[in-house]
Ligand binder design. Structure first.
Ligand SMILES: Cc1cc2nc3c(=O)[nH]c(=O)nc-3n(C[C@H](O)[C@H](O)[C@H](O)COP(=O)(O)OP(=O)(O)OC[C@H]3O[C@@H](n4cnc5c(N)ncnc54)[C@H](O)[C@@H]3O)c2cc1C
Length: 602
């Protein structure tokens, strides 16, 4: 047997063990040998270590590699043993990410070492083998998440809002972790005390042994090696802001066609879709798919094609002063770093609207959520929850939460759902006995404190004036979203009266002499896709379609710049993209009106 699993896996994953640890035959190893170099490692050599950049994939030719998990508390758990034909690596190695586990040569080892860039090239060049390897890498990450056998240890009470916030961040980013309740584990309790933690505090112990009390998401990301702090001085072909469906689609199509792509997201991949428990109207998934699963696949796909992904990383401003086919655009990040790119794709989507209720910010992440994923559902098991909103996303969330909660109170401002929700969802809500619709109702007050989080909720019937208070600890807000375009202020990208980015014909009069392509903004080379774009359909399918379409327009744009063709097509193992015909005559760089809002109907 080429790989022996040593940790307990949940049955649904254990049954796919043969896919998780496939055995490569000698002819298969011979086929992929051109992507790596054969190395010899004496017994005991450390090949990779949790919390350090991973070297890539090791295919064992002779000897055995032992893989184990080591947490910051000093616990070591054997994970798997790879023998000849077996290979190490999990999905993070596609992008050269930090290793989640330790690996050492248990005997004298000869192995083919395939570095991350070559691993991506292998997967693309050797389609059938590549498919088996990618499936194995994904399943291994799934296994690590399910077994809790890797990543940081979070010490905190299960209902602690701090703990829920950090767990949510890690699970949205597909990061394995384990949580330890200090009440059940005296060593963990002693460690908390050593750090002077109060009730409700959380200590994050990272794989390298460092510990942070109540870390911010960025601090946690830094200690896991997720946060990229390297300078990027190269000139990208495409910089994509936002890794929701639109941004990921742009990345997949652009990188697969040989463009040099960077994608950044300030929180996690998947955007709003990542918060959807079940997307039922996305083509090809007749039984529906969770937004997280869909986005997770796209995230891996983008990395497979060589897109550089920076998460968490936030765009603070866009400098368009040198925009134009022969110029460049410059993105400033909140950490002051800059990214230079020939084109920028605005895929920053929308941010959730916040109703005017006192103390709302105090309870965000501490009982108040703007999405309802499987993670939130677990925390609401057998409890009453309140859900505010009457749109389709509210309807989906209500039906989903009703499977876990004892009761879902659905608060809507109007008389019924008819005007705001699809018929199939209304029927489903009517058929779900533990969803109680409260028409003409608004959220009035949130009760609780910072340490314990939300403890009760009051609402009011706007017709009768009657108020009701219930001991509800979970409130879900689905009251719409506004475009995330604040970071564009000052660069001249024209917006409509609601702040959405105008593109194509709608912005022609503001485009200072250039003829914008259909998804291009008033600034040459700056494109907008998905929910952030004025007139977009606000659907996953629409966002993905626009992401793909934008790439064809980017090719046309780059083709207009004399020097650009040489820079494109740099991804190893990928063919040079064939030039697309020019549709638009593009003048050189122009000055642009500063950010302006336009009523699209005007
Ligand atoms: C709960 C819920 C359920 C839904 N269900 C469905 C459904 O069933 N079917 C359907 O078709 N649609 C559904 N939708 C709508 C769908 O999710 C959106 O239309 C889609 O996600 C839009 O994709 P996008 O990439 O344009 O934007 P978003 O998904 O909003 O992604 C934008 C990304 O940009 C990032 N970002 C923002 N600003 C910055 C910045 N300055 N720097 C870096 N990153 C930034 C954000 O963190 C985010 O990840 C649902 C939405 C929600 C909230």
């Amino acid at each position: 047997m080429a790989s022996n699993t040593l940790i307990d896996l949940p049955p649904e994953i254990a049954s796919r063990r043969h896919q998780m640890f496939p055995v490569l035959t000698e002819p298969e190893i011979a086929r992929i040998s051109r992507f790596g170099t054969v190395q010899h490692y004496p017994r005991g050599t450390r090949l990779f270590a949790a919390g350090e950049p991973g070297p890539g994939m090791f295919v064992v030719l002779k000897g055995a590699i032992a893989v184990s998990q080591r947490d910051g508390l000093g616990h070591v758990v054997p994970v798997v043993r790879h023998e000849p034909g077996g290979f190490s690596a999990e999905v993070g190695q596609l992008s050269g990410g930090y290793s989640l586990v330790d690996g050492h040569a248990e005997e004298d080892v000869d192995a083919l070492l395939v570095p991350p860039a070559q691993l991506r090239a292998l997967i693309i060049a050797e389609a059938d083998l590549g498919e088996r390897i990618v499936r194995a890498l994904i399943l291994r990450r799934v296994g690590l998440i399910a077994s809790g056998a890797s990543g940081p240890v979070l010490i905190g009470r299960p209902q602690s809002p701090q703990l829920l916030r950090l767990q949510n961040f890690l699970s949205r980013n597909g990061r394995p972790h384990q949580a330890i309740d200090p009440v059940q584990d005296s060593a963990a309790a002693a460690l908390l005390e050593q750090y002077g933690a109060a009730t409700g505090d959380v200590l994050a112990v990272c794989p390298d042994g460092s510990a942070v009390l109540n870390p911010s998401e960025n601090a946690l990301a830094r200690c896991l090696g997720m946060l990229d702090s390297a300078e990027h001085n190269e000139l990208f072909d495409v910089a994509v802001v936002g890794a929701g469906p639109a941004g990921l689609a742009t990345a997949v199509y652009a990188a697969s066609e040989g463009l040099h792509v960077v994608v950044l997201d300030c929180r996690s991949y998947g955007g709003q879709a990542g918060a959807s428990a079940r997307i039922e109207n996305y083509l090809g998934f007749p039984t529906g798919i969770s937004g997280q699963a869909l986005a997770g696949r796209a995230f891996v796909q983008a990395q497979k094609f060589g897109a550089e992904i920076m998460i968490p990383a936030q765009a603070a401003a866009l400098d368009c002063s040198k925009a134009g086919p022969s110029g460049e655009l410059s993105l400033k990040l909140t950490d002051e770093r800059r990214l230079r790119s020939k084109t920028v794709v605005i895929a920053s989507g929308a941010r959730y609207r916040r109703p005017a209720v006192e103390r709302l910010s105090e309870f965000e992440g501490r009982g108040v959520s703007y999405w309802a994923s499987a993670f939130e559902a677990k925390t609401c098991a057998d409890a009453e929850v309140a859900l505010v909103g009457g749109g389709n996303s509210a309807g989906q969330a209500a039906v989903f939460m009703a499977q876990y909660a004892i009761k879902v109170f659905m608060l809507i401002r109007g008389p019924s759902l008819a005007a705001s929700m699809s018929r199939y969802l209304i029927d489903r809500i009517n058929a779900t006995p533990n969803i109680e619709l409260r028409p003409y109702t608004e959220l009035k007050e949130l009760h609780g404190n910072r340490e314990e989080g939300l403890s009760a909720v009051s609402w009011r019937n706007t017709r009768t004036g009657v108020e009701e208070k219930r001991p509800i600890r979970h409130v879900f807000l689905f009251v719409g979203a506004d475009p995330e375009t604040r970071w564009l202020e000052g660069c001249g990208v024209a917006l409509d009266s609601h702040g959405f980015v105008l593109t194509g014909q709608a912005t022609a009069s503001l485009a200072a002499g250039h003829v914008p392509a259909p998804l291009e903004s008033s600034v040459p080379g700056v494109f907008a896709v998905g929910d952030v774009r004025s007139g977009s359909v606000k659907r996953v399918g629409g966002a993905i379609g626009e992401g793909a379409a934008a790439v064809a327009l980017i090719h046309q744009y780059l083709a207009a710049a004399p020097q650009s063709r040489q820079a494109a097509g740099t991804t190893p193992g990928l063919p040079d993209p064939s030039p697309l015909p020019d549709e638009h005559d593009r003048p050189g760089a122009k000055s642009h009106p500063s950010a302006q809002r336009l009523n699209p109907s005007s």
